[in-house]
Ligand binder design. Structure first.
Ligand SMILES: Nc1nc2c(c(=O)[nH]1)N[C@H]1C(S)=C(S)[C@@H](COP(=O)(O)OP(=O)(O)OC[C@H]3O[C@@H](n4cnc5c(=O)[nH]c(N)nc54)[C@H](O)[C@@H]3O)O[C@H]1N2
Ligand SMILES: Nc1nc2c(c(=O)[nH]1)N[C@H]1C(S)=C(S)[C@@H](COP(=O)(O)OP(=O)(O)OC[C@H]3O[C@@H](n4cnc5c(=O)[nH]c(N)nc54)[C@H](O)[C@@H]3O)O[C@H]1N2
Ligand SMILES: [Mo]
Length: 685
């Protein structure tokens, strides 16, 4: 392997070279990569061991990255719309090519006019998880939109309630390192499906089991790990809260709670016990649709086994009880006394090790303009006051990933809305763009990212010249600031300056710079595998875990840990879940998979509707309908349907996806998305 800093410059057409990189996609693993470049083109991506978690292998999605780079759907130059918004015709018919100079001039004019005529709040930036890098989001874009006085975006589509819960309870302390799961004797995979969403955890779990560990999976589906588990709790979606509270209650009632730990390291244990009191195993089992005896088995196993770790995923947060559910799950290791040993505790998001804030580089404080919850973008585009007149979409594909898809679609169809879509490929959203701008990928620009499973910080450089005329976000947002006269003389949007600015915040910039220049990856000062409550305490003011944090308690309707019942109705009795699939990362790479995707249903639910596998069906509720094939699956529990997240309009018969059935209601706190509160019925089409 060759260090990119000493390699011949990107684009230099010569024989094959292997250059180091790291994946910035929205996935916990942050794989370290070797990229083979032949004659200026990427021909192969492989995993390395620089991030030991990668262990030399990567997912099939990123192995096929050359198809994303060079495929027909790749955006190669700026384009202006000529045809109808949303037209599915060939991109070359619907759009006219522009030079970057003309595109930037047009955009500068539209931004200025919109602000002058309608006020800054008529501009809405819309962005999320396309790249998890500090250079593609947070610094230069924030600088631009703050100085324009645009509406602000609450980034709530994922992880908002879980982050609020982890912050409220433990100050978002680091989790158990993924590598340390091998030391666990009991692994509880709670609402996560690492076989699709973070594949490097899977062999570690298998190794732990070879060493004698037990595996429990809490998931409405029989996931690949659930099929191998010692216990699978196939609960109803949205019922994690009563299940976790019933375990908490049992620990207190049976004398298994770790009262010493609770007294020394937490506050709020008595109040938590009081709130868990109504949830006997029988009552929780009835609400969750599981056997009370399985809850008792899990309680006993968790009490008796050490080290025990909970891998809490994002499945439990995506419903009306999501915030309280995550809080209750994260409270369990405190109640059961599972912290303080290697391989014991919990893991959720592991970003707590890095306190770098790109927004500090924006150089302008957050204005007091209106804040739009991104789960309500459809509603805002249709009925927001003042109306949104200019929508600037980047790092996301909102038509395929936000709730109330038909509202989002109707909003994007507004002829008086000017939509900019800045993306790498012609997404379903980009088809509604008035101005479409081509973005580089991580193999064509500089990046610095932190992992959220692996605790690494990764720095990467371009390994090829941009495809076509694609440009990095930092350049486009920086140039826009400059053209609009919003850039101060001492400010730079050069990647080196941005990286320097971020590393300075760490208090160990020189050391980090050396390490990153050397290997491309660095760990927090505390090291790669610190132990919870041994090597560090919660990042709360008093260093304790707060089991009933006041702010969350105030925000939640009826208070923290209050259960909201199932939203099913007679007309919409089935719970539709839409978890991650193994072909896409959210909707990224969806252009590469054109086959029809079926909705899945349990055999009993299909039989009750006279349906069989292969039938054309209509999945519907008051928000919309999806027309697709039916697949009968014994891996779902009765009452649950599944249509994965991340699919595109070409994957169904009518162009609608699960988001068309998802309400824009919010989680109990932090304004999170309730994807798994979609309630539907299925009938023959
Ligand atoms: N291949 C791939 N990898 C990804 C992604 C991707 O789209 N594809 N997405 C990335 C992103 S953005 C994220 S946030 C993570 C998400 O990764 P995960 O945490 O794995 O989240 P999900 O896939 O949403 O759901 C996980 C599991 O929760 C189950 N589930 C659904 N509802 C409930 C519930 O109410 N309770 C419980 N206990 N379980 C429930 C689902 O059946 C699913 O098996 O993965 C990241 N990695
Ligand atoms: N039904 C349903 N929907 C869901 C979920 C669910 O559980 N169910 N889960 C949700 C979750 S967990 C998440 S995180 C969201 C994610 O939703 P989004 O944030 O919309 O993520 P993606 O669909 O991956 O779209 C990211 C886009 O950014 C582009 N991109 C990548 N890098 C760059 C860059 O450097 N510059 C620019 N300009 N563009 C770039 C990619 O090409 C891609 O088109 O989806 C949510 N949607
Ligand atoms: Mo996510």
């Amino acid at each position: 392997m060759q260090d990119p800093s000493t390699a011949s410059p990107p684009g230099h057409a010569n024989a094959s070279r292997v250059l180091a990189s790291a994946c910035p996609l929205d996935c916990p693993d942050t794989c370290s990569l070797d990229v083979t470049v032949t004659d200026g083109r990427v021909v192969k991506l492989e995993g390395t061991r620089i991030n030991p978690l990668t262990d030399g292998f990567i997912c099939s999605k990123v192995r096929r990255f050359p198809r994303h780079l060079y495929g027909d759907e790749r955006l190669r130059y700026p384009m202006f719309r000529r045809g109808a918004k949303g037209a599915q015709n060939d991109a070359t018919d619907a759009f006219e090519r522009l030079s970057w100079d003309d595109a930037m001039e047009l955009l500068t004019r539209r931004l200025t006019e919109t602000r002058d005529l309608h006020g800054g709040e008529a501009i809405l930036p819309l962005f999320y998880g396309g790249s998890n890098g500090y250079l593609t989001q947070g610094a230069t874009d924030t600088r631009l939109f703050r100085r324009l006085g645009s509406s602000r975006l609450a980034q709530t589509v994922c992880a908002a309630p879980s982050t609020a819960a982890a912050t409220g309870l433990y100050g978002k302390m680091l989790g158990v390192a993924i590598e340390d799961f091998v030391h666990s004797r009991l692994i509880i995979v709670w609402g996560a499906n690492p076989s699709a969403s973070s594949i490097h955890l899977v062999p570690i779990i298998h190794e732990a089991r070879r060493r004698g560990a037990k595996l429990v999976v809490v998931d409405p589906r029989r996931t690949p790990l659930a099929k191998k588990a010692d216990l699978h709790l196939a609960l109803r979606p949205g019922t994690d809260l009563p299940v976790a509270l019933s375990l908490i209650r049992w620990f207190f009632e049976s004398g298994e709670a770790d009262l010493d730990f609770l007294a020394n390291h937490t506050t709020g244990a008595d109040e938590l016990q009081r709130r868990a009191q109504p949830w006997t195993f029988d009552r929780a089992a009835e609400v969750a649709g599981v056997d009370a005896s399985d809850l008792a088995t899990l309680g006993r196993l968790y009490a008796d086994t050490e080290p025990a770790v909970i891998r809490c995923g994002w499945g439990p947060e995506r419903n009306r009880n999501g915030g309280s559910a995550i809080a209750a799950i994260l409270a369990l290791p405190a109640v059961a006394g599972k912290f303080g040993v290697r391989g014991g505790g919990y893991t959720m998001s592991n970003t707590g090790g890095w306190k770098l804030d790109p927004e500090e580089l924006a150089g302008t404080p957050e204005p007091a303009t209106r804040e739009i919850n991104m789960n309500k973008v459809g509603e805002t585009l249709l009925r927001g006051e003042p109306p949104v007149k200019l929508l600037f979409v980047y790092n996301c594909n909102p038509l395929m990933t936000l709730p109330e898809q038909e509202k989002v679609r109707a909003g994007l169809e507004r002829e008086d809305l000017f939509t900019v879509v800045f993306d790498q490929v012609m997404t379903d959203t980009a088809r509604y763009g008035d101005l479409v701008l081509p973005a580089t990928t991580f193999l064509e620009h500089h990046e610095l990212r932190k992992g959220y499973g692996a605790t690494v910080l990764a720095q990467t450089r371009p390994v090829i010249e941009p495809v076509g005329e694609a440009r990095p976000n930092y350049r486009v947002f920086g140039d826009l600031c400059h053209r609009l006269g919003l850039l101060r003389e001492d400010e730079s949007h050069a990647p080196a300056a941005l990286i320097d600015g971020l590393l300075e915040q760490s208090g160990r910039a020189d050391e980090l710079r050396d390490t990153l220049d050397d290997s491309g990856m660095a760990y927090p000062e505390i090291g790669p595998t610190p132990v919870q409550f041994v090597d560090f305490l919660p990042n709360t003011a008093d260093g304790k875990g707060h089991l009933v944090p006041e702010d969350l308690d105030r925000e939640a309707p009826d208070g923290l840990y209050a259960f909201q019942p199932d939203p099913a109705t007679r007309r919409a009795p089935l719970a539709l879940i839409s978890p991650a699939n193994h072909r896409t990362v959210s909707s990224t790479f969806g252009q590469l998979h054109r086959q029809q995707v079926p909705v899945e249903l349990h055999p009993d639910d299909a039989a009750a509707r006279g349906l069989k596998s292969g039938d054309d069906v209509r999945v519907w509720n008051a928000s919309g309908e999806v027309r697709c094939r039916l697949r009968i699956s014994r891996d779902l529990r009765p009452g649950v349907a599944m249509l994965p997240k991340g699919i595109w309009s070409h994957n169904t018969q009518n162009g609608a996806t699960s988001c068309a059935l998802v309400p824009d209601t919010l989680t109990d706190f932090a304004g999170g998305a309730c994807f798994n509160d979609a309630r539907v019925d299925v009938e023959r089409a």
